[in-house]
Write a protein that binds this ligand. Structure first.
Ligand code: ZN
Ligand code: ZN
Length: 344
């Protein structure tokens, strides 16, 4: 069999040899320039479907090149490789090896183009820049103040959760965090993210939770509401010592409306239903708890150096007491003096 074009003998595709067939029919093309718009803030890329997280500029460039390839009829792209070299800050030269399958035969062609990188601002970043929000989460402390250490804890928890949610949903972000009288205000881009974080705070801190909406305006002929979630933290937190019914408890944890306490006299654990009406009073807050050097330890007692009087003090050990170093936590209240186990 001979090629009808060049007369060469050998394997034919239709009536032509591979070379002639390739020259005549396998001509993929690409424009001289391929434009790529990248968000200057988050590196997402503008596509037909909107803004998408692609990964790196290199991956974005490959995606844009693939979109711009024009293949000959009946050809299937089996693979393509891109070699990028930077011509200047905004222009990348791309050498492309295109592997095609036509009529069961594989061909490789080389193409050249310039990727022009443009900077833009994606929808979400534009909203963020514009301080867009759909919900406010108000976190308030007890008695109209939010202690400093709690403020930091709450802010860390909120930012962590938002960061985690943002990984699966680009539209979730905090547009503003404001210190206000009595606590913190978090401005959320979506209602659902604000509600979910508010619920979590309620759970973690046994806090009071309220939601309310207010008419904000109209968009596309529909009323648009903004939500406000109020989370009011109780005056008691993990690590505090509280008094209840004449006994004192170390607060080991709080969740789902329950306070998980340890009776400081016996070392027994007790779950206490915790509501606004629980007659629980704060004996000593976590930051007030002292550290005392242990002088000697017996089976039932501990002798510590009282850091306030600098005198030795005998304290009964609660059940299950253990310590890691030569210091222990010391609690002195009106009702008694206790040491806290490091295992709590
Ligand atoms: Zn030929
Ligand atoms: Zn962006």
């Amino acid at each position: 069999m001979f090629c009808v074009e060049c007369g060469r003998e050998g394997e034919l595709v239709g009536a032509l040899c591979r070379d002639c067939y390739s020259k005549k029919h396998v001509q993929p093309t690409i424009a001289d320039h391929v434009d790529l718009t990248i968000c200057a803030h988050c590196q997402s890329m503008q596509t037909d479907k909107g803004w998408e997280d692609i990964g790196s500029i290199r991956q974005a460039a490959e995606a844009a090149i693939e979109d711009s390839l024009v293949l000959p009829k009946d050809a299937k792209l089996s693979d393509f490789r891109v070699h990028l070299s930077e011509k200047d800050e905004r222009n990348l030269e791309a050498k492309i090896a295109v592997m095609l399958v036509v009529q069961g035969h594989e061909f490789t062609r080389e193409l050249l183009t310039i990727v022009r990188v443009k900077r833009g601002s994606c929808t979400e970043c534009s909203k963020q820049q514009g301080r867009y929000y759909e919900a406010i989460l108000q976190v308030r402390g007890p008695a109209r103040t939010l202690p400093k250490h709690l403020e930091a804890d709450v802010e860390r928890l909120v930012r962590d959760r938002v960061g985690a949610m943002r990984k699966s949903s680009r539209e979730v972000f905090l547009s503003k965090v404001e210190k206000v009288k009595g606590g913190l205000d978090f401005y959320f881009s979506t209602v659902n993210s604000a509600r979910s974080v508010a619920r979590e705070l309620q759970e973690v801190y046994c806090a009071e939770f309220k939601g309310s909406s207010s008419l904000w305006g109209r968009r596309d002929g529909k009323d648009v509401y903004r939500m406000t979630y109020l989370v009011r933290l109780p005056g008691i937190f993990r690590g505090d010592v509280v008094a209840l019914g004449g006994r004192e408890f170390y607060v080991r944890g709080m969740s789902r409306g329950m306070l998980h306490g340890i009776d400081l006299l016996t070392g027994e654990e007790r779950a206490i239903k915790f509501t606004e009406r629980t007659e629980c009073s704060l004996s000593q807050s976590k930051p007030e708890i002292l550290k005392a050097v242990v002088l000697s330890e017996k089976e039932r007692e501990l002798q510590v150096l009282d850091p306030e009087t600098m005198k030795p003090l005998e304290v009964r050990k609660p059940r299950g007491f253990s310590r890691k170093g030569d210091q222990t936590r010391l609690v002195k209240t009106k009702l008694g003096t206790y040491v806290l186990s490091d295992s709590w």
